[in-house]
Design a protein around this ligand. Structure first.
Ligand SMILES: *[C@@H]1O[C@H](CO)[C@@H](O)[C@H](O)[C@H]1NC(C)=O
Ligand SMILES: *[C@@H]1O[C@H](CO)[C@@H](O)[C@H](O)[C@H]1NC(C)=O
Ligand SMILES: *[C@@H]1O[C@H](CO)[C@@H](O)[C@H](O)[C@H]1NC(C)=O
Ligand SMILES: *[C@@H]1O[C@H](CO)[C@@H](O)[C@H](O)[C@H]1NC(C)=O
Length: 270
């Protein structure tokens, strides 16, 4: 099942003071952040999120580290995508992650940028599996466009295998792999592929992720046609039965039709 998380806030109508109990601790204890392809044993703190990314040496013993081609324009591309691990040998290669808490709900995100790292100008296509279950086909538009995919999954054991499968259309590789512990109360227990996550009040600004979103969900701006953004500086109190813990920064912005008698229409391309 593919879901698009879209939260519309009736921002002007429902502004309350934020109770301190709703403020989550901003730590990364339930996170695993792997920058595939960096030097073995190395790690760094990401400048944008403050998250610590580590090398993938302890998660897989296959593959070779590669840098993307210096000819690729990397303006605006996150550091995690500048290098990758490529798997020329073997049909199925797995990363085995053992998070701190087993049998919890996790957001798992994988990112890919081909970047012509092999100078072959031949964008590969391959499959991604979560354990034995098909997760996604990694379909890259071209050498300089990212592909990311995300799944929300309740772990049934104390580890999870994320696997790359060669389907005969080029060498599999991976740029970044992220595991984020979610609050067990949030999201469904059924595995969900997340097709996208947008904030309608984020027009013209950058995406939001950690630490504004304590679960490091990535929210992109999406302003529907003929709408404008309205903001409130009030802190928004989520309903007690809110299962999603949407960040205040998302709920404080809203898209409203410029002509108030118009409808708001969303177009989704699949
Ligand atoms: C890999 O595991 C070794 C041994 O447990 C540890 O010393 C090292 O810090 C780990 N490397 C990373 C990048 O986590
Ligand atoms: C690189 O990309 C940025 C942002 O997309 C763009 O503004 C810039 O002109 C590009 N640089 C070159 C040399 O193409
Ligand atoms: C979801 O899974 C958790 C942990 O396994 C369990 O405690 C809870 O009852 C489940 N909820 C539903 C609605 O099945
Ligand atoms: C707003 O929309 C209504 C209904 O479509 C239309 O009759 C009206 O002329 C529009 N107003 C403006 C200022 O465009």
């Amino acid at each position: 099942m593919e879901v698009l998380e879209l939260f519309l806030s009736a921002v002007m109508a429902a502004a309350f003071c934020l109770s301190p109990s709703l403020v989550h601790a901003q730590d990364q204890s339930g996170f695993i952040s792997i920058d595939c392809g960096i030097t073995e044993g190395s790690s760094y703190k990401d400048k944008i999120t403050g998250l610590r990314y580590i090398s993938d040496e302890n998660y897989t013993d296959a593959g070779v580290n590669k840098n993307i081609s210096p000819k690729i324009n990397t303006t605006g591309i996150d550091k995690q995508y500048l290098n990758l691990r490529s798997f020329p040998d073997g049909n199925k290669i797995c990363y085995t992650l053992k998070p701190v808490r087993s049998k919890n709900k996790y957001l798992i995100r994988a990112g890919f940028l081909y970047g012509n790292y092999d100078e072959l100008d031949d964008v590969p296509k391959f499959d991604l599996y979560l354990g034995v279950n098909w997760w996604a086909t990694v379909t890259l538009t071209d050498a300089s466009t990212l592909f990311t995919t995300e799944i929300i999954h309740l772990l049934s054991s104390d580890y999870v295998d994320i696997c790359l499968v060669n389907t005969g259309f080029g060498t599999p590789f991976i740029s970044v792999l992220e595991l984020r512990l979610l609050d067990d109360k949030t999201h469904s227990n059924v595995s969900q592929l997340v097709g996208g996550r947008v904030g309608c009040g984020l027009a013209n600004s950058d995406s939001i992720r950690f630490s504004v979103d304590v679960y490091d969900r990535i929210w992109s701006p999406l302003l529907p046609r003929d709408c404008e953004v309205k903001h409130t500086s009030y802190a928004i109190k989520s309903p007690d039965d809110d299962k999603n813990g949407v960040p205040n920064a998302i709920m404080q912005g809203a898209a409203v039709p410029i002509n108030q008698s118009d409808a708001i229409v969303f177009y989704f391309l699949t």
